[in-house]
Design a protein around this ligand. Structure first.
Ligand code: NAD
Length: 298
């Protein structure tokens, strides 16, 4: 436990917010969640149980510990209730700058003065959100990876006025929940590892959309090369293709480079509600996607 942080409030309990909440509860924090859709936590909890069962390699939970952590999370139907006594508030609503600023604006007057406000955004630097609050010194990016119970690293990045105290408290909290903080010294879109992952996504989506290589072969190559249980396309299905599309759009809007524009074919999948694991179809079909079959890489 981190002495400066005892109570954690998570705003937006979808796939990432739920992971963060359960993980924090597992490591001893008092945790509450608020979501505008009250069914979100339970849905994400069930989906994540499946991910956890199938995850290989390093894991910080047993399925029993995951259930136990989820039971300890207080689900609130009012934002103000979730924020009571919070020392750290983590926003994990969809990747939309306007929405995130609006949510920070709602959190700021209600959260305790001492509370640190963090965003789990995959691409938006806190400097674009902090102005919606009266406490930019206490704002930062804490960016988790999916699935947090296996990919135990968190990008930590400050904004224009984040104090060293806020930054260090964020890093210490990340360590206290079994993750490695990745310090981003100067603000950059994509933080530390996400920028590396983004270069892989852009290249592999281009190869698929332009018809150079079947996406399955890209995944096979990746799995053989790295020993991972899926390749970039399986990974994107797990993340959610709507999330991937929105993130690619943020990079494109930032650079305005036509090469960064997400492929039309990806947009068409999102419009057909082919969002990956969460809707049962993306690049693969779920449950039991092709890449989980033992002969997939043969
Ligand atoms: P999600 O769609 O699974 O969850 C978002 C949740 O926010 C939903 O449950 C929704 O009901 C809720 N919500 C929407 N508006 C709200 C509001 N005004 N107040 C409270 N709740 C609200 O999305 P996600 O995949 O969990 O992504 C959340 C954030 O985490 C995004 O910024 C995303 O970029 C980032 N992220 C996602 C991943 C990933 O792999 N999915 C990884 C790292 C970071």
């Amino acid at each position: 436990m981190n002495p400066e942080i005892r109570k954690v409030a998570v705003v937006g309990s979808g796939i990432l917010g739920t992971q963060i909440a359960v993980q924090s509860a597992h490591f001893g924090y008092d945790v509450s969640v608020y979501d505008s859709n009250p069914a979100s936590f339970e849905k994400a909890h069930q989906d994540l149980k499946t991910v956890l069962k199938k995850a290989v390699g390093k894991r910080i939970f047993t399925p029993e510990q995951w259930e136990d952590g989820a039971r300890k999370v207080t689900r609130c139907s009012e934002l103000s209730h979730a924020l009571e006594e919070a020392d750290l508030v983590i926003e994990a609503v969809p990747e939309d700058l306007g929405l995130k600023r609006e949510v920070f604006k709602q959190i700021d007057p209600v959260a305790p003065q001492r509370a640190i406000l963090a965003t789990n955004s995959s691409s938006i630097p806190i400097s674009k959100i902090e102005g919606a609050t009266t406490r930019p010194e206490q704002c930062l990016n804490l960016h988790f990876y999916f699935p947090a119970m296996g990919t135990t690293m968190v990008d930590v990045m400050g904004g224009t006025r984040t104090t060293a105290q806020t930054f260090d408290a964020g890093k210490a909290w990340v360590r206290s929940i079994g993750c490695t903080p990745l310090t981003v010294k100067k603000e950059i879109l994509g933080f530390c590892f996400n920028r590396v992952w983004r270069a892989i996504k852009r290249e592999t989506l281009y190869m698929w959309a332009e018809g150079f290589v079947d996406f399955r072969d890209i995944d096979r190559a990746w799995m053989i090369f790295t020993g991972m249980p899926h390749g970039p396309f399986g990974m994107m299905d797990n993340v959610g293709l709507d999330v991937v599309y929105n993130i690619e759009t943020v990079y494109y809007n930032d650079s305005e480079d036509p090469k960064d524009q997400p492929p039309e074919a990806l947009k068409a999948m999102v419009e057909r509600n082919e969002l990956g694991r969460k809707t049962g179809k993306g690049f693969y079909t779920y449950p039991n996607p092709e890449y989980e079959k033992p002969d997939f890489t043969k």
